[in-house]
Design a protein around this ligand. Sequence first.
Ligand code: ASP
Length: 445
Amino acid sequence: MNQLKVCKFGGTSMADGNVILSAAKIVKADPARRYVVVSAPGKRFGGDIKVTDLLYACSDCYEAGDLNAFEEAFGKICARFESIEKEIGKNLGMRAALDEVRSEILNGAGRDYCASRGEYLAAKIMAAVLEIPFVDATELIRFKPNGQLDEASFSLAGEVLKKYPQAVVPGFYGLGADGKVKTFSRGGGDISGSIVARAVAAELYENWTDVSGFYACDPRIVSSPKCIVELSYQELRELSYMGANVLHSESIFPVRSAGIPIRIANTFRPEDAGTYIVKSAHRRTGDDIVTGIAGKKDFCVISLEKSMMNAEVGFVGKVLSVIENHGISFEHLPSGIDTMSLVIDNAYLKNGILETILNEIKEAVHPDRLYIHENIALVATVGHGMANNIGTSARLFTALSKANINVIMIDQGSSELNIIVGVDNKDCDECIRAIYREFFKEEER
Ligand code: ASP
């Protein structure tokens, strides 16, 4: 087996000099950990500001032409990196590197360039601490003109990294089709780690963070939820898309097709086993039928009723063209013989767009009834085990009715991997707790 691991350290694992030294110790503890991908320094304590947020603030000031505010914001970034250098107790050349970044921003290098510098400087620091080469992400990761990841990055990064038996790579960015630095969406360092793992054909992609694995639900909603030992890529994708934010939901794509497992591990408790994300998690039975529960607020459900809808060729297509014409994508499309609903993220429906869409739908398909539910939360109960266990939905809905939760919409994914319920935003947390109690806590039922 190819003894090769890629480790990615998230923002809290890079937050100050001491934790960077702990991360470096983790890397050194296993010679297979040859490639390291890092995030920008994150929060050191509640109320602290992530370096990436400071950089976006700098960029805002620059774009607004307020140079005094820019200097003030940039000063905070300098202070952050200089204190890291001091804590590490080694000259890491931060002053010169920061001066260069400042002048590039002032020369109009762009917003993504500015946002990416937290990762760039963090990777320079990690490379100096580990005494291994720094390889810039612009040499490895490329984007297509439409802004999507260019999959040619896998072979490009593989070729480049072949020259380096060990390297530190900054996460979160690559080179755009216009030749400028381009970032992924927030939290995208996880995607960079996955691309590097794929490129070097790693045996394992280790994602080091500040939790000991992927929990069955958000610990802020249920205290000390079960830590999942193993879950499948698909379960992870469903849960992270629905708000479980341990890993970026797009980070599985590069490793999935190569079958490289991901391990979520805790930099602050490296001895903990963590969670493994694999191709097909063990079939679960009995109490393990549900793998996890996640919820996301702020959706709008547009529901239509029309007699004989099922017989009307092109009905759904006409409704979908209306939202397509407004550049809006939908999350779910539950339907019955005479009914259909569209679940849309509220973010798309600002500035009167909802009103316009409703009018256009009426005109396009003349429904008997058209109504909306606003401020809906979607709660997904996810698990491969659900397909094989009769009575899972009965248990779920009985638990919700016992908890007095009004279910506004139900959607079961066609793979039987998840059951999604739509509830009022205010019921979201209680809905998650009720499902958790039913499937994970025998004694509390
Ligand atoms: N630093 C970036 C962010 O805060 C990317 C990352 O941490 O993965 O979103």
